[in-house]
Every structure is written in structure tokens, then in C-alpha cells.
Design a protein around this ligand. Structure first.
Ligand code: ZN
Length: 233
């Protein structure tokens, strides 16, 4: 039985839901985030606010929530040329992937997370990757996660588990999962404080939270929220 976890936490809807789930399951939970010179540092600000809100609004979880680790990954901006790290517009590449895809990003995140988990004695790494959503990032696929789990466990000679609670559910189900874990209070926290919009928009408030409303991340979040408000199938 595992009792400790490290959550890859970006301050977005998905990783906040994963954090809530980890806090309801594990006795000690730490968080890790990465500063890779995202075009918009809004995301990094959201991390701090969400952690603070979780601590104050959920006393049953506050005692389990341990240290937050923010790693400097500026090097990722040096090797990639994508619309998340450079000031270029969104488009689909000829590969069929959106140019928001940062090659190797999740592989690097998981490797560094495992190294930190090793040092901190944390057994499970939790990540909000999902194969169900439109984007089809290859480093979010279940096969990739299973391969990473094996490679990291072998390479560090320590049994790691990579837990992916959102892998097979869509965004509406992610909202429902948040509701089942923390009720309306957690749903409100996610709406108010998590950040998903690719354009870093915190000016426009919608029923589902802040964002430009038109980028792929906003569209997905909005559609999921609309589905969440419908009766469950
Ligand atoms: Zn947006």
C-alpha cells in the first residue's frame, strides 16, 4: 500500500484535480512544477494561489500537503520552438500535432520528478495526462507512461508508479471527478484560480473560469464544463 505521492502540478484544471485526488488517497503529498519560460507566467502564479487555497479551504487535506518544488527548466526553451515557449501563433503542423506540442517535455518532467521522488522518498508520481482529449500529444499516451514507469524504475533501481487518474476520461468527467472529491467548493476553486488558457488571458471571466474563450485549451475546458452541467449519462 502506497502512502506518499509527488504530483506534477502546473496550476491548471487537470493537475489540480489530480492533486485533490492524491490528497484524498495518500498521507503525504508533495508537488513539483517547472518553469520552462512559458510564454505566460500566469500559470506559475496560479500554482501558488491554488496551493494556498487548497491549504485554507480544505483543512482535511492541508496536513497532508507537503513541500512544493519549482524547478528551473529554461533549457527547454533553448531546444524547442513551439507556441508555448515562443511568441508564435497556434497552428497544426504537418505531423498532425498542434504547435503547442513541446517535444520531450513530459519525458523530461517525469525524469526530473522521479529524481526528486527518489530523494524525497515518494513512491507514486501523479500526472494529469490524458489520451481522451483532442490533442493527441504522444508523450501523454498510456503506452508512453507505462514505458516511462519501467525505464525510470529500472534506471533508478527503485519501483516507481506513475498514476494517471485522467487518462481515460474526458473533460466533463474531470469536472465531475473534482466535484466528487471536493464538492462545489473544489469546483469553485478550480473555476476561480486554475489556469488553462494558452494565451494567458485572466481578463475574461466565463462560467468555467478565466480565459480567452477561443484557444483550444479554453474550448476544451468550456465544452467539458457544459458537459458537466448536463445530467450524467
Ligand atoms: Zn484561451
Amino acid at each position: 500500500m502506497h502512502t506518499t505521492a509527488l504530483v506534477l502540478f502546473s496550476g491548471g484544471q487537470d493537475s489540480t484535480t489530480c492533486l485533490a485526488q492524491a490528497l484524498s488517497r495518500f498521507e503525504r503529498v508533495e508537488t513539483i512544477g517547472f518553469d520552462y519560460r512559458q510564454r505566460h507566467s500566469v500559470e506559475l502564479g496560479a500554482r501558488q494561489v491554488v496551493l494556498e487555497q487548497v491549504r485554507t479551504q480544505f483543512p482535511q487535506w492541508a496536513g497532508r500537503l507537503g513541500e512544493d518544488h519549482l524547478l528551473d527548466l529554461a533549457v527547454l526553451g533553448q531546444v524547442s520552438d513551439t507556441s508555448l515557449t515562443r511568441d508564435t501563433a497556434f497552428k497544426m503542423e504537418s505531423s498532425g500535432l498542434p504547435n503547442t506540442f513541446v517535444p520531450g517535455r513530459n519525458l523530461l518532467f517525469l525524469t526530473l520528478a522521479a529524481a526528486l521522488a527518489y530523494r524525497r522518498g515518494l513512491e507514486v508520481m501523479v500526472t494529469g495526462v490524458c489520451e481522451t482529449d483532442f490533442s493527441g500529444y504522444p508523450d501523454c499516451r498510456d503506452d508512453t507512461m507505462k514505458a516511462m514507469q519501467l525505464a525510470l524504475s529500472l534506471g533508478m533501481d527503485k519501483r516507481f508508479l506513475i498514476d494517471t487518474p485522467l487518462m481515460w476520461i474526458d473533460k466533463a468527467a474531470t469536472w465531475r471527478l473534482a466535484h466528487s472529491l471536493g464538492g462545489d467548493k473544489l469546483v469553485s476553486l478550480i473555476i476561480e484560480h486554475t489556469h488553462t488558457c494558452y494565451l494567458g488571458d485572466r481578463k475574461h471571466r466565463h462560467a468555467w473560469g478565466y480565459g480567452c474563450g477561443t484557444c483550444p485549451a479554453c474550448e476544451l475546458r468550456a465544452r467539458g464544463y457544459a458537459g458537466f452541467l448536463q445530467p450524467a449519462p
